[in-house]
Design a protein around this ligand. Structure first.
Ligand SMILES: C[S@@+](CC[C@H](N)C(=O)[O-])C[C@H]1O[C@@H](n2cnc3c(N)ncnc32)[C@H](O)[C@@H]1O
Length: 380
């Protein structure tokens, strides 16, 4: 701020705000000097306080993590369940993410800002860095512009953060299509750049429904990188397949009437003729533009971020009361969040969008447990 433009009266007001005493007798130049001195000591105090908080957190738990593009906070949640990890920096740029992250008490507040606008020097060093970076540029549902899409520029920002923060381990998550995008070139560029920063990489595509029992068909690629080649060698993605749980177990007992369709809905007649099997039979439907699709494998179709926008892609079921869409809480359940994960008081569309963008908690938990076990064995 350019204080030379302020009047003496305004400068005195600023001095009072900053609790600078004996200022009335000073001239403008002296007042400005006092203000600047006070402000810089404030900044130093803030920095010391922040470092103290970070130290406290890292003392409490053995390992620290940076949660980038943190959305719902699912990565932090899964790692905190190991009781060995503290999140010391979390970032996203949208209000709904700030709301849900801060409500769920991860020990720090989310930094709400475009990541590209945060200087690397403001990001603390940590053991682990996680990031489900924006997938639309690579997604079949999007325009597939890849690195030509400005949203994917954040990948270069991730690299510069890695250079500064030097985490031992990184976990990046994205849509399955990332691997085949642009005939595999995009993926090659990503892996090569991580290798240039001395990360030893393993990657795998998982379907949530196969390895967690949570009945959602969600295929995502996980890229895990280790600075230490021995850790990488000892890490494997060999998670056994487990039995699917019934969709019914993930439903709310008494959802609000607002989620039920009635005659007022333009698609009601269509739904009435096509949505005929009760959820007791594990059948779930999706309205796709002009038709209703029945999901035959007893799994919920992939929950997506755009569920929030039109509403039509929210999966639909028939229960004893009628035909309805899944509630936001049910979508969080089908991403494996615990039922006590706090949902903020924001619009349903924002909640659907958060749920559709998230990583499935039990999938990250499997990876997190394995990583923490490995780190602890190496520490012994
Ligand atoms: C695919 S979602 C990740 C969701 C998260 N992994 C979870 O489990 O909830 C991508 C997130 O990145 C955020 N994002 C996209 N570009 C960003 C940027 N430049 N700076 C900060 N956040 C960004 C979006 O707001 C969105 O929440």
């Amino acid at each position: 701020m350019d204080y030379t433009k302020l009047s003496k009266q305004e400068l005195l007001k600023k001095c009072a705000e900053l609790e600078i005493s004996f200022s009335k007798s000073k001239n403008k130049t002296q007042l400005i000097e006092l203000i600047k001195e006070k402000e810089s000591s404030h900044l130093i105090e803030q920095k010391i306080e922040k470092e103290r908080e970070e130290n406290e957190l890292s003392k409490k738990n053995k390992y620290t993590m940076i949660d980038l593009f943190c959305g719902t906070g699912a990565f932090s949640h899964a790692f905190h369940m190991t009781e060995k990890v503290s999140t010391i920096f979390a970032n996203d740029m949208i209000d709904s993410s700030e709301a849900i992250f801060n409500l769920n008490n991860f020990g720090i507040k989310l930094t709400k800002k475009n990541l590209s606008d945060i200087p690397d020097s403001e990001i603390p060093n940590a053991t682990i860095l996680t990031g489900g970076f924006p997938c639309q540029p690579f997604s079949i549902a999007g325009m597939q512009k890849g690195f030509n899409d400005e949203r994917s520029n954040v990948f270069w920002k991730i690299l510069s953060i890695l250079e500064k923060t030097q985490p031992e381990i990184i976990i990046l998550e994205n849509v399955k299509n990332l691997q085949s995008h642009d005939d595999g070139n995009t993926f090659k560029i990503i892996i090569e750049n991580l290798q240039k920063l001395n990360y030893n990489i393993k990657h795998e595509i998982f379907n949530t429904s196969k390895i967690s029992g949570v009945p959602q068909n969600r295929e995502r690629i996980y890229i895990v990188g280790f600075k230490d080649p021995i850790l990488c060698e000892n890490f494997s993605f060999d998670f056994p397949e487990v039995d699917l749980l019934p969709i019914f177990d993930f439903l709310e007992i008494n959802p609000s009437n607002k989620y039920y369709y009635n005659e007022e809905s333009a698609i009601y007649e269509k739904l009435k003729s096509d949505v005929i099997k009760n959820i007791n039979t594990n059948t779930i439907y999706q309205y796709r533009r002009y038709y209703v699709r029945e999901n035959k494998n007893s799994v919920c179709p992939t929950l997506t971020a755009n569920m929030g926008t039109g509403g039509h892609n929210v999966p639909i079921i028939l229960d004893d009361k009628g035909i309805r869409k899944l509630t936001p809480r049910e979508c969080f359940n089908l991403q494996g969040f615990p039922t006590d994960y706090i949902l903020p008081n924001i619009s349903d569309s924002k909640l659907y969008s958060l749920a559709g963008n998230a990583v499935s908690v039990p999938v990250v938990k499997l990876i997190a447990n394995k990583i923490i076990n490995l780190l602890e064995t190496m520490d012994e």
